[in-house]
Design a protein around this ligand. Sequence first.
Ligand code: FES
Length: 120
Amino acid sequence: MKSHKITVRLRDQNRIISKEIPEGESILRKFEEDGEVLPFSCRNGCCTTCAVRILSGTIDQHDGIGLSKQMQENGYGLLCIAKVTGPADLETQDEDEVYELQFGRYLGSIKNRTGNPFDM
Ligand code: FES
């Protein structure tokens, strides 16, 4: 099976790691086999803890529901459900930053219509 170089830029650790991973394999799991600790929480593509920006290349992330189609088109991906399709250069993101990009406008519009959405 053909392998491709996957690079992950760990922004919070100021480190860059790379590994050859076979096509179709899980990026998160393959790095974990080497003892690398990458960000994750749900591991099901739902929470955005593992969000990355795809600096180059592509990943298969069709199993995830945590990122909108628009966020995916804007170059974001989820490491926990990402599978290798070819060489890729990925950069970890601040979870809050991605959450705000994706949901902030919705929460803002709720607040604008009803005041603070968390006031009872
Ligand atoms: S760990 Fe939750 S979306 Fe990846």
